[in-house]
Design a protein around this ligand. Structure first.
Ligand code: NAD
Length: 286
């Protein structure tokens, strides 16, 4: 029996949820997006309108009214029961707090039709941390997007030992159908593939500069010339923004905390937070 996914419910319409909703609707899926209050939904409406403009400018095929049509087609609601009543797939993007995930899935598990698949977009929790709250561990897995989904279009798919292989395959197929490149993980791994590679690279780069071995420019130049990559690790950090890496390092071991202190005194305290503030490791003109 093949599992058909047509109707998608996006749970949480923040930074990532609004992008996932837009990308899914843009590729022809019926999308309902839920958030907790009318205030949160007003924010969603704004984000979705901005996404329509971005897609028009950046995504092939989004002209001739397609972006506006996509925007108009997304149903927004603060009624969880109504939002999920017809959903084949729920993609959850609520805040990265285990207690919020637990409360969300306990409620959702009771309201959703039996067939509905649940996918979490969590970046740092493993699906095994969440599966027991869902009431349907065989229909639960992680589907992890990267910020700016239309451009950085990987979708990492990671199940638990309980995930039904047919459910896993259906979600891989869905990811491809909305223009993502599905990245299949066979076992659970904190950081999935991308962050398992990226975080050690960024930390090694910072250790080189914080330790006085080489300037950020020299580190980036080495990486670009030595590997053919278009940007170096400090350029990537400026794109990501320095606050998130700082928060992660500040909660880490002694070495990590030394890097956090260096980031803070040399950059954060001076308002150098990356491209968003016009300066990070590099200076950017408006
Ligand atoms: P966000 O804070 O921008 O959005 C979260 C949304 O969830 C808000 O609109 C909030 O109102 C809503 N929400 C729904 N139910 C809620 C509840 N019970 N309590 C509180 N809020 C509720 O967060 P985000 O950055 O979009 O991240 C969401 C998820 O996506 C997280 O699991 C995060 O790890 C993951 N993620 C984020 C990024 C990123 O770059 N921001 C990238 C990949 C994955």
């Amino acid at each position: 029996m093949t599992i058909e996914i047509r109707r998608v419910m996006v749970l949480g319409t923040g930074v990532l949820g609004s992008q996932i909703a837009f990308q899914s609707a843009f590729h022809g899926f019926d999308v309902t997006a839920y958030d907790i209050s009318d205030e949160a939904l007003a924010g969603a409406r704004d984000r979705i309108a901005k996404l329509a403009a971005t897609y028009r400018d950046e995504v092939p095929g989004a002209g001739d009214g397609k972006a506006e049509q996509t925007e108009a087609g997304i149903v927004l609601t603060a009624d969880l029961a109504a939002a999920v009543q017809d959903a084949d797939l729920v993609i959850e993007a609520v805040p990265e707090v285990l207690a919020i995930k637990e409360q969300t899935y306990r409620q959702l598990g009771k309201l959703a039709p039996e067939r509905t698949i649940f996918a979490t977009n969590s970046s740092t929790l493993l699906p095994s941390d969440i599966k027991d709250f869902t009431g349907r561990p065989d229909k639960f897995l992680a589907l992890h997007f990267a910020n700016l989904v239309w451009k950085f279009n990987t979708a990492e798919v990671m199940g638990t030992p309980d995930t039904d292989p047919q459910v896993y395959q259906a979600v891989v197929d869905f990811a491809a159908a909305i223009g993502m490149v599905p990245i299949e993980l066979h076992r659970e791994k904190a950081g999935y593939v991308l962050n398992s590679l990226l975080v050690p690279l960024l930390n090694a780069a910072m250790a080189l500069s914080a330790g006085g071995y080489a300037e950020p420019e020299a580190v980036d130049k080495t990486w670009r010339i030595g590997t053919g990559a278009p940007v170096g690790p400090f350029q990537m950090l400026d794109i990501i923004g320095l606050t998130t890496p700082y928060n992660i390092l500040a909660n880490g071991d002694e070495d990590a905390q030394r890097l956090a202190a260096w980031l803070k005194t040399t950059y954060l305290d001076k308002g150098k937070l990356g491209i968003a503030t016009g300066e990070g490791f590099y200076r950017y003109s408006a």
